[in-house]
Write a protein that binds this ligand. Structure first.
Ligand SMILES: [Zn+2]
Length: 218
């Protein structure tokens, strides 16, 4: 039984609801209408209510909704709370089928942009990490491929992130469009990287880094 059914079953009247809102109802079931400038009681209020002055009408839920400026569901929940009515939501009822939301072009861009930013930020973190971790210690030492990649890409990725952060919309759209596929490649690579790092714990000699080969990604 949902909250609406529960209130109906309890038979909460508009009068009860109104009185709970502080409205005084006289012996003739008339009240001063709270919905228009009413001097004399012009609202008939019993099971339902009707105002002869302004024409407002409805049941208990309508009254509370109008009185407090609530939606019907909120008003019903308020009444349930005020009158100690228990109810169960959605019992014996199928949940509404999930509809696939149609995204507007703006929403699609926003998503793509967020993803782009996230992936590039993650990549930049890796590059900064590699830049320190694999820096050669001696002049003769051969440069680690991840160190080379860090040197090569770091500034460029920082530049792209700057665009995403500060550039006008048109430039951001251009970037997201141009780099879409590469962002996907970087994302896959970072995933492999993470998986490789997990799998490589203990047997990683520090020479082959996260277990991936540096490629020419960007
Ligand atoms: Zn009225």
């Amino acid at each position: 039984m949902n909250v609406f059914e529960a209130i109906r079953e309890k038979g909460i009247t508009a009068r009860q609801a109104a009185e709970h809102c502080g409205i005084k109802v006289n012996r003739n079931s008339m009240a001063v209408c709270p919905f228009h400038k009413d001097k004399n009681p012009s609202m008939k209020i019993d099971r339902r209510y009707f105002c002869f002055g302004c024409g407002e009408k409805g049941d208990a839920i309508d009254f509370v909704a109008k009185f407090y400026g609530l939606g019907k569901k909120e008003a019903a929940l308020q009444i349930a709370l005020d009158f100690g009515i228990t109810f169960e939501e959605n019992r014996g009822r199928k949940p509404p089928p999930k509809r696939k939301r149609q995204l507007s072009p703006e929403q699609r861009f926003e998503r793509a942009e967020k993803k782009c930013f996230r992936v590039l930020s993650d990549y930049l973190c890796c590059l900064r990490d590699w830049n320190e971790k694999y820096a050669p210690h001696t002049a003769e030492e051969e440069w680690h491929p991840l160190f080379c990649e860090a040197l090569e890409k770091k500034d460029h990725i920082e530049y792209l992130l700057d665009i995403l952060l500060y550039a006008p919309l048109s430039e951001r759209v251009e970037l997201v469009t141009d780099y879409g596929e590469e962002v996907l490649r970087i994302e896959r690579r970072l995933e492999q990287c993470a998986a490789g790092a997990e799998g490589g714990v203990g047997k990683n000699n520090g020479k082959d880094g996260a277990g991936i080969t540096a490629g020419n990604m960007v």
